[in-house]
Design a protein around this ligand. Structure first.
Ligand SMILES: Cc1ncc(COP(=O)(O)O)c(C=O)c1O
Length: 393
């Protein structure tokens, strides 16, 4: 029997030999369109802080004031003594912003999915998910013990055939569809109106993860469901606070009864220390900014203008979201391309298996409202140069 150390070393060797070893590289400041890393100044095209709110003075001030008022930590789970006014204020702000009856905060998007999906679904139920759903939705679905069926990305006829199958083979079962509004590694959108039609026609429920849609799509950044007018037909709207909202944490929103059910059944809510009041207050401040039509309009239109500038420069189709992937195929090619861009002063991550399918390794460029025209043009130039020098396949 191998020792613990032998086991770890052999696993690490396997990961390295497959070209999949990952190491967190430190950046400072944490967010921002320009960061320092490894002694270099880099234009940051890798963050999900799409509106630059993580460093917005009002958002930072709200977090600082919450620490002064309520302390750095919460000391207990929400159901023991960890529920502070900042959490309840955030949930009220989220439900107003999202035009829902109620919202419930979680410490992360991963925790929200791992709590909500197994709370609702169990053995004998059916979960039908888009092939490109985020790992937290996949893991939550597995944890639930329900029967899983995957449909090819945005393939509506495949979704319908799985819904028909579920109704025929599991007539008494609850059926839940999982989809994202913006797919995190491809930047494209769910065919949401059609998905909503289908799940209603076949008596299923929908959990829509708006992690990359909130702050980005729809009026004031209320997300895709609001933008296409189907929010009231989506049973569970999930979103994260750590991306466009510049803080950390997540929420699920919908009916008041959904909130009360999750408080009582979502294990990641019940058995986990409440998020710090500073994170909740920062997210409330971000929502206040987006609730002002002038501020939201400026931030969101700058973001989309930047996205279109990069896409035009690279002769790519216009992206509906701030995520612009350049698919390169081999893991090694993506790693080399990312390293070359880093040498040229740009932080653009290579995304590899298991985040994306094998052979689908890519550069994932994310834009922010804070990028300058010069930074975007320089990035496009560096990518075109790499391509001309055939570093790209
Ligand atoms: C689509 C999607 N859902 C959920 C998550 C998880 O959210 P969190 O980072 O808050 O755990 C992420 C990314 O992190 C994501 O991209």
């Amino acid at each position: 029997m191998s020792s613990f150390e032998d086991f770890l070393q052999s696993q690490l060797r396997q990961i390295t030999e497959a070209g999949l070893l990952r190491k967190p590289s430190m950046v400072s400041p944490a967010q921002g369109s320009v960061v320092q890393s490894g002694g270099q100044t880099l234009q940051n095209f890798s963050s999900n802080d799409y509106l630059g709110l993580a460093n917005h003075p009002a958002v930072k001030k709200a977090a600082q004031e919450a620490i002064d008022r309520a302390g750095a930590g919460t000391g207990a789970s929400r159901l023991i003594c960890g529920t502070l006014p900042e959490h309840l204020q955030l949930e009220a702000d989220l439900s107003t912003f999202k035009r829902c009856e109620a919202a419930l905060g979680f410490s992360s998007g991963y925790a929200a999915a791992m709590g909500a999906i197994p709370a609702l679904m169990g053995k004998g139920d059916v979960i039908i998910l888009d092939k490109l759903c985020h790992a937290c939705l996949v893991d939550g679905a597995h944890l639930s013990g329900a029967t899983l069926r995957v449909f090819p990305h945005n393939d509506l006829s495949a979704l319908e055939s799985r819904l028909l199958w579920a109704r025929k083979t599991h007539p008494q079962a609850k059926v839940l569809v999982l989809a994202e509004s913006v797919y995190s590694m491809d930047g494209d959108l769910a065919l949401l109106s059609e998905i909503v039609e289908l799940k209603d026609r076949h008596g299923a429920w929908l959990l829509l993860d708006e992690a990359h849609g909130v702050g980005v799509l729809g009026e004031g950044g209320r997300g895709l469901a609001d933008a296409v007018g189907v929010a009231h037909r989506v049973e569970l709207q999930m979103g994260t606070l750590g991306k466009a909202l510049g803080s950390s944490g997540a929420y699920l929103c919908g009916a008041a009864s959904l909130r009360e059910f999750l408080v009582n059944r979502a294990r990641s809510f019940i058995f986990s220390t409440a998020p710090p009041p500073s994170a909740a207050a920062a997210a409330s401040a971000a929502i206040a900014l987006l609730s002002d039509p002038y501020t939201a309009g400026n931030l969101i239109s700058s973001l989309h203008k930047n996205v279109q500038r990069l896409c035009m420069n690279l002769q790519l189709p216009a992206s509906p979201s701030p995520i612009v992937p350049i698919i390169l195929g081999a893991e090694e090619t993506a790693m080399q391309s990312s390293a070359r861009l880093r040498e040229a002063g740009f932080l653009v991550p290579a995304i590899r298996f298991p985040t994306v399918a094998r052979g689908q390794a890519r550069l994932r460029i994310t834009l922010s409202s804070g990028h300058t025209d010069t930074a975007i043009d320089d990035l496009a130039y560096a990518i075109r140069e790499s391509s001309a020098n055939s570093h790209f396949e």
